[in-house]
Design a protein around this ligand. Structure first.
Ligand code: MG
Length: 442
């Protein structure tokens, strides 16, 4: 990949399932821009987020490390709450900081969720500019919004007071979320047009299709897949805006674009939640549907059209992008690897065991085509965690839906995975959780 200091754009969506896009087999959602991106680029079928919920996923994406290493995890709270005091520790090196050291212009548009107090916001983590919501779009209901679930299905923007921040200042305290996807797309396009002459890094993280769902007038009521489809189709439009801008500016051959999701679909929200396709469970779960997500890489002239079935993770994006920029990898343990050989379609990579943590606990591990579960529990549904003294064992190739436990048949594979896990986890030191402290002591 001969381009020196390529531009990097990461488009990240929230709670989009593995099965929610046309190019991943959804029968009704129309995603022509993402389908074209996949057809022109590389579509990963075994691509993983490093966590099953928002905050830890984002920490891993931006640092190339399991959330356990940087304190962005918690057994009970799961994500940073609205009254949280903490954020991504300063000592972490984000992708923005690494790229900035090579002269990149850096911007973030969208949902952050790595600490909402001014000192934790993107401008303090290597981003020259920031525009977006500091956390999930459901985290600040209006005082007069109904209790519980009904407000999520009401389609009333007035029920939600989640703020919008520019830089480190709140610029809108009660935004109309129906305009959010469009506003984000406009910001992203503006940044690309302004910085097209220099190497740039854009981290473009949408709030949707996380509930409550909203779509603009142009998309509402249009999709054969209902309201969820409307929302995803508008996200697809925003991806088209970015790719069209890169083409129009003539910089598409200098720009690597990667699209992914922070975790699987939030299934407890019925028709307002998405689909993990053939995968089991969804958001909040370490079954495949919780952590295996769409992953599409696009870089005309550099990435040849292909379907990539090797395992890859969001943490790899850190290592890969830092290397592509010519920057030095930070001196600390990293869990992502350079997947340039996969992107080039020319080779394989040495992949160690992939770990599925839920909070501080290791629930499962994948080595090659086999996955072992040590602890299982439903995502956000009812039911308690179950410990498996003899791990459950599933073959990801013949059984992506994790239906047939093969542990009794293959004790030697269980042993092999346990050994790989022991070796890997021996090198992981858990940082203190940053998710416990609150500003109001509640
Ligand atoms: Mg999420």
């Amino acid at each position: 990949m001969a381009v020196e200091k390529p531009n990097i754009v990461i488009i990240y969506v929230d709670d989009l399932g593995w099965g929610d896009l046309g190019c991943y087999g959804h029968p009704a959602v129309r995603t022509p821009h993402l389908d074209r991106m996949a057809a022109e680029g590389m579509r990963f079928t075994n691509f993983y987020s490093a966590a099953e919920v928002c905050t830890p996923s984002r920490a891993a994406l931006l640092t190339g490390r399991y959330p356990l290493r940087n304190g962005m995890y918690h057994q009970q709270f799961r994500v940073l709450r609205r009254n949280a005091k903490g954020g991504l520790p300063k000592e972490e090196v984000t992708l923005a900081e690494a790229l900035k050291s090579r002269g990149y212009a850096t911007s973030m548009v969208g949902k952050w969720h790595l600490g909402h107090l001014p000192e934790h916001l993107p401008p303090h983590h290597g981003f020259d500019s920031y525009y977006g919501m500091p956390y999930s779009n459901d985290m600040q209901p209006a005082p007069d919004a109904p209790e519980g679930r009904p407000k999520f299905f009401a389609e009333k923007p007035g029920y939600w007071h989640t703020p919008i921040i520019r830089g480190t200042e709140i610029v809108e305290s009660q935004p109309d979320q129906r305009q959010l996807t469009r506003q984000y797309a406009e910001e992203a396009v503006k940044f690309i047009k302004e910085k097209k002459g220099a190497p740039f890094f854009l981290y473009f993280a949408h709030n949707f299709p996380h509930v409550p769902l909203f779509a603009s007038e142009k998309f509402r009521g249009k999709s054969p897949a209902g309201f969820y489809g409307d929302v995803v189709e508008e996200l697809d439009w925003s991806v088209g805006q970015v790719l069209d801008t890169l083409r129009a500016e003539g910089i598409e051959k200098n720009t690597l674009v990667f699209f992914s999701s922070d975790n699987g679909p939030w299934l407890i929200f019925d028709h307002h939640g998405g689909s993990a396709g053939p995968l089991r469970e969804g958001k909040g779960s370490t079954w495949e549907g919780g952590m295996r997500v769409p992953g599409i890489a696009w870089w005309p002239g550099h990435i040849q059209p292909a379907v990539q079935r090797e395992v890859a993770t969001t943490m790899d994006l850190f290592t890969t992008c830092v290397k592509l920029s010519g920057a030095t990898l930070p001196d600390r343990p990293l869990d992502g690897i350079d997947i340039t050989p996969l992107l080039q379609g020319s080779g394989r990579v040495e992949r160690e065991v992939f770990l599925y943590y839920r909070g501080p606990l290791l629930h499962a591990a994948r080595l090659g085509q086999w996955k072992a579960h040590f602890i299982t529990r439903p995502g956000y549904g009812p039911g308690q965690a179950e410990n498996h003294e003899t791990p459950l064992l599933f073959h990801m190739g013949e059984d992506p839906g994790e239906k047939w436990n093969r542990a009794a048949e293959h004790p030697e594979i269980v042993t092999q995975i346990k050994e790989a896990v022991a070796k890997k986890t021996a090198g992981i030191t858990a940082a203190p959780s940053q998710l416990t402290e609150t500003v109001d002591g509640k």
